[in-house]
Write a protein that binds this ligand. Structure first.
Ligand code: BTN
Length: 289
């Protein structure tokens, strides 16, 4: 990867600017700094290697040299075409829709360019065969209570060298090349993902976007375990059947007792229950475990 080939790759796309680092701490940090200095809408920071790549809940994100695709896009308000909708930029729904924008863009890019069908595990993981292939981290900059920019950070495991060790992650991981059984160009992948972000970004409040997101939702119609991350006080039911998404991007589930509930915070880890038992039988099984 070098700056000339990146410029060529992105030449036909209406991006705001480009900064390339052979090695950097985190592209999200650089993009936040640049946004605060006035970076234009759709500016991109990309790195071949990150030494302090960051994931959700401040986890490390592995980005060794020459192996992954790690980049961050500055998205300026208005984040939605209809600012008077029920999704003002400050709402939690707004960050979850941007997270979904990243995940959906990666998913669509993989499908359109490589015919690879992936799923989105709420809220931000891109999965193939239950293994994580990519993740999205959205962070925001503010002046007072005014949102000035969102930074959409995307990390895609492109080659086997970018896959973190099994014991270092909460979800087992894989990469695009392993899923396809052949080599891919990180530049082509980048171009496809950026194209998708640009395409969907002005339709975040549309029914089409909601539908596209819901269609890719992993474990829809299936029973999952819900594990609150450390320090979370709200205790939803321990298990639920995923029904879909609400308008704010919350995950709607049904409990074993038949109550509907919605997860809004990304502080819950969802894992599939591989062979769900009927409700009554499941309760008795639970006691035996
Ligand atoms: C997650 O799944 O927890 C989110 C991972 C996001 C990683 C990307 S890589 C590019 C950008 N820079 C970072 O430090 N993080 C994001």
């Amino acid at each position: 990867m070098d700056v000339q080939s990146l410029e060529r790759t992105l030449a036909d796309l209406p991006i705001g600017g480009l900064r390339y680092f052979e090695r950097v701490g985190s592209t999200n940090d650089e993009a936040i700094k640049w946004a605060e200095e006035g970076a234009s809408d759709l500016s991109i920071v990309i790195a071949d290697e990150q030494t302090a790549g960051r994931g959700r809940r401040n986890r490390d994100w592995f980005t060794p040299a020459g192996a992954a695709l790690a980049f961050s896009m500055v998205v300026r308000p208005p984040l939605y075409t209809n600012l008077d909708s029920s999704h003002p930029p400050q709402s939690p729904g707004s960050v979850s829709r941007l997270t979904a924008l990243g995940a959906l863009s990666i998913s669509n890019a993989l499908l359109e360019r490589y015919d690879l069908y992936v799923k989105i595990k709420w809220p931000n993981d891109v999965l193939v065969d239950d293994r994580k292939l990519a993740g999205v981290l959205v962070e925001t900059t503010w002046i007072g209570d005014q949102l000035t920019a969102a930074v959409l950070g995307m990390g895609i495991n492109a080659t086997p060298a970018s896959v973190p060790a099994e014991n270092s992650t909460t979800t087992p991981a894989t990469c695009v090349e392993t899923a396809l059984g052949r080599q891919v160009s990180r530049l082509n992948l980048l171009q496809s993902v950026v194209t998708q972000v640009i395409k969907w970004r002005l339709h975040l409040d549309s029914d089409n976007f909601q539908q596209a997101w819901e269609n890719k939702l992993a474990y829809r119609g299936e029973w999952v375990n819900i594990n609150p991350e450390n320090g979370i006080k709200d205790q939803p039911p321990a298990e639920g059947k995923i029904l879909g998404l609400d308008q704010d991007g919350g995950l709607i589930l049904r409990s074993r007792e038949g109550h509907l509930f919605t997860l809004r915070s990304s502080a819950y880890r969802i894992t599939p229950i591989t062979s769900p038992l009927p409700a009554a039988a499941d309760q008795s099984q639970k006691k035996l475990r």
